[in-house]
Design a protein around this ligand. Sequence first.
Ligand code: ADP
Length: 556
Amino acid sequence: MITVLFVILILTSSFIIEINMQQIKNTKEELRNVNNLISQFGDNIETKIDEMPNIKINDMGIRLTLIDNDGNVLYDNEEKSTENHKDRSEIKEAMENGEGYATRYSDTIKVKLMYYATRLDNNLIIRSAVPIKTITVLQKENIKSYLLILFIVVLFSIFLSLRLVRRIIEPVKELESVTFKMANGDYKIRANVKTNDELGSLGSSFNNMAEQLQIKIYEVIEKQNKIESILNSMDSGVVAVDNNNNVISINPCAELILGIKKNIIGQCLSDYITDYDISSFIAEEDENDKEIKILHPIERDLKIKKSEMINGRENIGKVITFQDITDMKRVELMRSQFVANVSHELKTPLTSIKGFAETLRFVNDNETREKFLDIIDKEAERLTRLINDILILSNIESNLVADVEEFLPGDVIDDVLNIMKKTAASKDIMLEFEDSNSELILGDRDKFYQLGLNIIENAIKYSKDNKGKVKILSYSSSDGYYHLNVTDNGIGIPKEDVPRIFERFYRVDKSRKKGGTGLGLAIVKHIVKTFNGDICVESELREGTTFKVKIPYIYS
Ligand code: ADP
């Protein structure tokens, strides 16, 4: 608006100046013409002027003055002034150059006048004068139209500025609302500014920035998710704390180990650790790893490690990892127990062999010697069996990749029975085999042979002599399993021993003196596991026992 008003002011004033100058020029020209006309009059000039019709310039009458060489007024058509005109600038100029011109305020008639003097041939000077009618802006007759024009111009400029403002403000508003939405997490939003000006390029730069921001934020989120899913799937507990011991991050495994059931991010870790060993380890500066046993919430063996979290050069906290080593510890314990058991089991027959062999030196009697030699032979045999079983067990436990093949389990049981036939016959035990299975199973055939051998051997071993009967059932069920049931009518197993018979070196009653190693069923259990199967036992003391094995067969 200010610009528009300023322009109007400048334009109007220059226009008025131009008009006025034109007016002055025209008036001067007209006065000159009048003088030229009078210069033609010749003698009796005063009378001729007097008789001249009234000439008007701009509707104003002309004042004509005739002046002689000395500045004396000879004639004036308006006033009879006697004042000498010699010093008037236009007269001076006319005397010197033939023509003179001046504008001056006339005190006599109180207006500004233009004077034009011309020297005549007889050296008189004729001077014509007329009031100058200049235009001023705030003249009464102009002011109305001037205000109207001003009003129209102001209206027009308001209309134009509104349009301009709208063109600028609307894209800015659009950018502002998009920025607000982005700040609130909507990274997909884009500004719809499509003009070809600076705002348009600002809009496209903004969209470009939003695009980059979106990519960067998605990258950060993806990284964060990856770290989180790695932490969540770890089977070790990880806790990160800042320098004030406030939790920055904790994974589910750490929550489980420490028995924390709520979100403790931002809270002090020590408030949630009840175990003294853990909290003193975290507080301790020098110790970096430690093995401890906790009792709550579950009894566990833990290996805790602590390391500093460095960002650039600054230490921003520490990371504590909890590794559950309960299983490892148990295996370690089992291993040492196994070694102790093996040594003990081996020691018994060896002591016996050593003792009888030493005594043998002093025995002269043939019959006693034979008896002793028999005992030594039996013990050696037992030692061999024991070592064989230990080797089989360790072979299965070490999970060496065996030859996996598809085979018909009935054929393997047939092979076992062929071997066992003689032993059964010697004890007068009846072997009965019913095989209705036609499904193949997948696994190590030799191991399945060992499984059948151990169960059937036990059934024969723990059967009553003469009246014994061992029944072997081999069939498959529609739920995808092959079943092998071995039933005997032997001595049975006491109820309290049933859960333990699959343990290594466990024998129900050491006084049963059947020469067993206590490893047979442990081996069976391991083999069943390698076939992804299951084994259970049903037994009635003095009535008999049934071992039931089920193994998934291959769908044909
Ligand atoms: P062992 O070499 O002593 O037979 P096993 O591991 O094969 O060792 O068996 C463990 C124990 O389970 C045996 O000591 C035995 O007392 C008992 N047992 C196994 N099979 C039978 C069965 N068919 N009838 C009765 N007792 C059995």
